[in-house]
Design a binder for this molecule. Structure first.
Ligand SMILES: [Zn+2]
Length: 234
């Protein structure tokens, strides 16, 4: 999960007053709903392509929670849990993360990556609270194929490392600054954070599992279901 991007507040300074533009002043985000438009975009710029993660990062374990009822909405939001996607440079960076972790005896388990915009809207309809779900008016890193929710596993048995909380735990225990945890938990979180940041990912202060890639190529919000992406993702 991601709470959404922080809205930049624009201050218009005039000689007599300061006018603050609230988030409501921003229009609904533009989304790519048409697979042909998406295909055209990645033909012009191959870095826009959405890659099925296991194509480039074999050996990752999928536990795509939104394909099950085992998530904070208690609702199944994806039709299948067999595939998920990231933009090409993000998947390549994750490949490097995995190589380094594997050398240390650890692997990656993915809870969520690309999330179609329609699913973000559905989450909003179900929960409607910006503390827990991204406000659809902004679109999120997950909607752009730039964000990933993941944890570490032990390569020998695929067991998750202890991170102090589970996925989508909305208490302050899940925050990076929360230090009142056993040293092994802190070490596990640090290993994930340092490895992800080494290869260009950014952490998110309130969710130890959420990492994102900078939106440095005007990646748009996609509203294409997994089936449409699968056609071109391998
Ligand atoms: Zn997330």
């Amino acid at each position: 999960m991601q709470f959404g991007y922080k809205i930049k507040i624009i201050y218009l300074v005039s000689s007599v007053s300061i006018i603050q533009l609230a988030p409501a002043a921003f229009a609904q985000v533009h989304t790519v709903k048409n697979a042909k438009v998406y295909r055209q975009q990645f033909r012009v710029d191959s870095m826009q392509k959405m890659i099925e993660i296991k194509t480039l990062v074999p050996g990752v374990v999928y536990d795509l929670r939104y394909a099950t009822k085992n998530n904070f909405t208690n609702t199944r939001l994806y039709k299948t849990g067999n595939s998920t996607f990231l933009r090409l440079p993000v998947a390549l960076a994750l490949q490097r993360v995995q190589i380094e972790l594997n050398q240390k005896g650890f692997g990656i388990k993915i809870y969520d990556a690309y999330r179609p915009y329609a699913v973000t809207k559905k989450m909003w309809d179900l929960i409607g609270d910006e503390r827990y779900v991204a406000n659809p008016s902004k679109g999120s890193g997950h909607n752009r194929g730039l964000a990933i929710d993941l944890t570490l596993i032990n390569l020998s048995n695929d067991n998750e490392l202890d991170m102090g909380t589970g996925f989508d735990n909305f208490t302050d225990t899940a925050h990076h600054v929360f230090r009142n945890l056993p040293s092994t938990v802190l070490q596990n979180r640090t290993l994930l954070k340092e490895t992800m940041e080494k290869y260009g990912f950014r952490s998110f202060e309130t969710e130890w599992w959420h990492y994102s890639w900078p939106n440095d190529r005007n990646y748009e919000v996609l509203d294409l279901d997994f089936k449409k992406l699968e056609k071109y993702a391998y």
